[in-house]
Structures are given as structure tokens and as C-alpha cells.
Design a protein around this ligand. Structure first.
Ligand code: FE2
Length: 390
């Protein structure tokens, strides 16, 4: 009999137009809100719209937009001091994964000692742990990919050492997540594609994770099916409401799956390149997902065959090994169909950087490597980096 634990202490509100209900949720946590919003979204008026929505509930809002893609840990430290000074009682994050992760960092540092980087999970430092003092977080994703709105992770970039690391704590589960697909309609095709591949990778990685269980697999397999069917449609026509809604749901499910079991080797390889070269997160994952599956499918034919069948039911009749091998090919086909074929070289990774990024992977992403279904050596990682450069 399988034993498992499910824990997702988040109210997830899903549906078109649900942003308008934001005030109903924020008011439960206080009347002083800190709003971290993607600068582009603020520029097109969303920041003011949200402030007006909250004003109706007598909620005073401090807006903060100095947020970069691959959020910088020092930026969260700076914003947290403002939140602290203003007496903010709740932190709202509106944007892609970078903005939501940024909001999580602010929620910790506004009420805790130390710096944001001290809270990231690494083997080379004593890790500080957030407590119940962490400010309540409300997350509103505007891309379908990050999953951060339903996870206990926040990834930060430290430009001083050109590395990314992850805060990992159940104190940063958002209290409320509003997934409103209408907010995703204006995403351009490239962003739709690469964030969608990130969602697919969350789903596949959690499905093949050695700790996957019946619950996480149920979430992940549905997500894989949805991304395979609807990502090409959303990329081809961003106004297709059905495809946007299905991708938003796929991303939420994949996020819930990684909240339970985490990611594995593709994120362990992609994140160091993202930190070292400044690559967009989705692009760094798109560079290596298919190659990692090709390298790994022999570790568990049944599991990889199930991934392939979820992506394309037509492979059902193939022999097991062949079907498992198809998982990498089907991901490759999806990358092609969505114009997402990229390599690590496209982001500036060079041969002489391979030792550096390999060491980062082993230092900051050791859990992803340990949970991968195939045992991985340092040499395997170096070889995979090399293969993913072309
Ligand atoms: Fe990701």
C-alpha cells in the first residue's frame, strides 16, 4: 500500500475575470498592502487598476516595480525595507515567476533578520529559515508556466557571484492565488512558448521524480496532456480563450505537482545557465529538456512511456522501450512546433564555462540531481551541458 502526504495550504481561485475579486481576499490580511508588479504590466495600467480595486476596500497600497527578470536577491532586500517602513501587512505579487518569487522574498525579509540570499538552500552556507512571521502572500500569475503561485519555492539571482539559488519553505506558500487567464491574453508568442515549455518541464520532471506519488502523478499527467494539446494553439493564436485557459490550468497543476515532489535534472542544468548567463528561465529549460529525457529514459521505461503516451496517444501501440524513447522525441517535436528550439550557446554559454556551471548545479541543485530517476555523475552533467550547446 502506497504511503503519501499531500499538503497545499493555498486558496486557488481560477477563472476569467477573477482578478476583480482581489480585494475580498486581501482585506482578510490587513489594510496595508505591498504590491510587487512587473514593470511592463504596470506601464500598461494594471498597477493602477489593482490599486483602485483595493481602494474600494479601504486598503492602502504601496506599489513597487523595480523588479528584473531572474529577480536579484539584493532587490528583494531593498524592497523589504520599504515594506517594513510602511508597515505592510500583506504582499501581493502580480507578474511572471520572477515577480511572484520577488514578492515571496519581500514577505520573508520584511519580518526576518539577514538577507534574502541567506535563506537560499545551498551546501556552502548556513541556511536561515523563514518562520510564521513571514507576511501573507497573494500571488497572481500573468504567464502560464512558472507554477510559483502554488509552490513553496522562490528562486533568486545573485549577480555578485553570477549564481541562482532557491528558497525552499512552506512559509512562502501563498495564502491565496488568483489564476485569471484573461491576464495572459497579451503574452507574445515567444513568451507563451517558453513559459509553456517550463510548465511542461515541471509536469514531466515531477512525473519522473523518484519521489513521485499517486497524487503528484495525477496532477502531472493531466498537465502534460494539456500542454501537448494546447500550447501550440496558444502560441499560434494568443487570443484563443480555450487554449489560454487550458494552459493556465496546466501550469497550475504542474506547479502543484512540483510543490509536492520538486523538479529534477532539467532544472538542475537550466538554472545555473540562467544565473550565469542571464538566460530567461523558460529558455534555459527548453535548451535541455529533450536531451535530458533522451539520456534518462532507460532508467524507468514504464514512467517515460507514460509521459510519451500523455503527449501523443498515437504511440500507445509501440513496444515499451520504443514508447519510452519517444518521450524525448515528442518534446523535441513540441519545441519545433512552438518555435522554442534553443541551445545553451544561444544564451552565451561557452565551452570554458562548463566546469563552472557544473559546480553550481552540484552546489545549489543537489536535491534535483539526487531525485532524478537516473544516477548522474559530474562527467554526465558536463557531457549533457556540452550536448545542449548545439
Ligand atoms: Fe521552472
Amino acid at each position: 500500500m502506497e504511503e503519501l502526504t499531500c499538503y497545499l495550504p493555498i486558496k486557488v481561485v481560477f477563472g476569467n475575470g477573477k482578478l476583480r475579486e482581489l480585494g475580498d481576499y486581501v482585506k482578510n490580511y490587513g489594510d496595508k498592502a505591498f504590491l510587487a508588479i512587473d514593470p511592463y504590466l504596470d506601464k500598461i495600467g494594471l498597477g493602477d487598476e489593482v490599486i483602485a480595486l483595493l481602494k474600494k476596500f479601504s486598503i492602502e497600497t504601496i506599489k513597487y516595480t523595480d523588479i528584473e527578470p531572474n529577480p536579484v536577491c539584493f532587490g528583494a532586500d531593498k524592497a523589504a525595507q520599504i515594506a517594513k517602513k510602511e508597515g505592510s501587512q500583506v504582499v501581493i505579487g502580480i507578474g511572471g515567476g520572477s515577480t511572484i518569487d520577488f514578492a515571496k522574498g519581500v514577505a520573508i525579509i520584511a519580518t526576518h533578520p539577514g538577507k534574502c540570499w541567506d535563506y537560499t538552500e545551498r551546501t556552502d552556507q548556513e541556511v536561515l529559515r523563514p518562520t510564521d512571521k513571514t507576511l501573507p502572500i497573494i500571488a497572481i500569475p500573468t504567464t502560464a508556466g512558472t507554477g510559483s503561485e502554488v509552490t513553496l519555492y522562490a528562486v533568486f539571482n545573485n549577480p555578485q557571484i553570477k549564481e541562482k539559488s532557491t528558497i525552499f519553505s512552506d512559509k512562502i506558500f501563498p495564502k491565496v492565488t488568483i489564476v485569471d487567464p484573461e491576464l495572459m491574453y497579451s503574452m507574445p508568442p515567444r513568451l507563451t512558448a517558453l513559459t509553456g515549455i517550463d510548465a511542461l518541464s515541471h509536469a514531466i520532471e515531477s512525473y519522473i521524480n523518484i519521489h513521485a506519488n499517486s497524487y503528484s502523478k495525477m496532477l502531472a499527467i493531466e498537465s502534460i496532456k494539456l500542454v501537448a494539446e494546447y500550447l501550440p494553439v496558444a502560441v499560434a493564436n494568443g487570443k484563443n480563450k480555450e487554449a489560454r485557459g487550458k494552459m493556465a490550468w496546466a501550469s497550475t497543476l504542474a506547479g502543484m505537482a512540483i510543490a509536492h515532489v520538486g523538479t529534477v535534472l532539467p532544472h538542475a542544468l537550466g538554472q545555473p545557465v540562467s544565473g550565469f548567463c542571464g538566460a530567461a528561465h523558460g529558455g534555459s529549460i527548453a535548451s535541455c529538456l529533450a536531451k535530458v529525457l533522451e539520456f534518462s529514459f532507460t532508467a524507468d521505461f514504464s514512467r517515460f512511456a507514460e509521459v510519451a503516451e500523455a503527449m501523443d496517444p498515437a504511440v500507445k501501440c509501440l513496444p515499451l522501450r520504443e514508447k519510452a524513447e519517444k518521450s524525448a522525441k515528442l518534446v523535441q517535436r513540441l519545441l519545433k512546433d512552438t518555435n522554442s528550439e534553443v541551445t545553451f550557446s544561444d544564451f552565451g554559454l561557452r565551452e570554458q564555462d562548463i566546469d563552472k556551471v557544473t559546480n553550481i548545479a552540484l552546489t545549489a541543485y543537489f536535491m534535483d540531481i539526487a531525485n532524478h530517476p537516473k544516477q548522474v555523475t559530474k562527467e554526465d552533467i558536463q557531457r549533457l551541458y556540452r550536448e545542449c550547446m548545439s
